[in-house]
Design a protein around this ligand. Structure first.
Ligand code: AHG
Ligand code: MN
Ligand code: MN
Length: 334
């Protein structure tokens, strides 16, 4: 093993030393999340042999049937993060209300939010899936933790990231000082820094959207996609490629790696909901990562990170990725 390999632990310690961005409790938190992701990654790779495929009989607060792996991943994250003393409470896509750290453990100052298993429809078909997380600080003046403590805008996040379980298991992280990627070394059992200072190109010729919803879209999104599809003969005068993995983690990972624009916009199927994706544990962490890599993220009208949430599981329209394309879609909404 080359001596120059930087582990996640070393990266976190050096970030604190050089930039003061990761106090010890936050480092512990990030290491525990990373360890949880290693555990989830192990379950994922077992597939049918590990009895992790298929659905359960329960539904989450969104009314979606929970997959076995949704529940397993949620439990792994809860159990690993409960006892360390770094958290005050957790919130998850798979839990209706917040999980306050039980009295038998010390309480810390951080709040952890996660989508334990993103891309659930891809589990059984062996396509990339992931875990998304966001870290906030508990507002100092509150004596006990309540759901209201979580309702902070994304610009208040102190750390955010995801782990994608694909051909490689890759952890992607920001603490507000750029974006770093770590690849899981399965022999060593450790995450190794493999890409620092990740940058999303400002321009792209690739978009990601679920085209089957086209007839339900609003005019600005329809206009943007129509112009991409018109290729060299259209107003954009260039051809576009399209990708849709149906795991936000995998689509965002591609965009962080080679650029692109990802859209899950509001549509007319459920006109009273602002979109499909959830603000607090999907859109916020991903938007911060994308912005930290030089990209942009809006809901068509405003920066996602400036949205003041009013509910834990609230949904949001999402347009994120290469800056010039996101700006264009956002301008079409004006
Ligand atoms: P989750 O599996 O956590 O519910 O999230 C799935 C999300 C997101 O990952 C993906 O971009 C989108 O749903 C796919 O939706 P469609 O099936 O409507 O394409
Ligand atoms: Mn998700
Ligand atoms: Mn999920």
């Amino acid at each position: 093993m080359p001596a120059s390999r930087v582990s996640l632990t070393r990266y976190l310690i050096e970030q604190e030393r050089d930039h003061g961005t990761i106090p010890p409790q936050l480092r512990l938190l990030l290491e525990v999340v990373a360890r949880s992701c290693k555990g989830i990654s192990l379950s994922v790779t077992k597939g049918a042999l590990g009895d992790i495929l298929g659905a359960t009989e329960s539904e989450n607060v969104q009314g979606e049937v929970q997959k076995k792996l949704d529940i397993i991943a949620n439990e792994v994250l809860i159990e690993a993060n409960e006892w360390g003393g770094h958290l005050a409470a957790m919130a998850s896509e798979e839990m209706d209300s917040i999980h306050v750290i039980p009295n038998r453990y010390p309480q810390g100052e951080y709040l952890l939010l996660f989508d334990p298993l993103d891309g659930s429809s891809n589990i059984d078909v062996n396509v990339s899936i992931g875990t998304i997380f966001s870290v906030l600080k508990k507002p100092t003046n509150s004596p006990a933790v309540t759901e209201a403590d979580f309702l902070q805008a994304g610009n208040q996040q102190v750390a955010a990231g995801y782990c994608v379980y694909g051909p490689q298991t890759t952890l992607v992280l920001t603490v507000g000082n750029g974006v770093a990627m770590f690849t899981l070394d399965r022999e060593q059992g450790s995450f190794v820094l493999t890409h620092e200072n990740v940058k999303v190109p400002e321009d792209t010729q690739e978009f990601a959207i679920n085209m089957s919803n086209m007839r339900h879209w609003d005019t600005p999104v329809k206009r943007y996609v129509d112009e991409c599809l018109a290729g060299t003969e259209g107003p954009r005068e260039k051809n576009f490629n399209m990708r849709w993995i149906a795991s936000m983690v995998a689509d965002v990972h591609r965009i962080l790696t080679r650029g692109g624009v990802f859209m899950y916009p509001w549509d007319k199927r459920e006109p009273n909901k602002p979109g499909k994706l959830r603000l607090m544990y999907e859109a916020n962490p991903m938007s911060w990562l994308i912005e930290q890599a030089g990209g942009a993220a809006t809901n068509g009208k405003q920066r996602i990170l400036d949205i003041k949430p009013d509910a834990l599981h609230q949904r949001v329209s999402v347009i994120l990725g290469s800056k010039n394309e996101v700006d264009r879609v956002t301008e079409y909404h004006a």
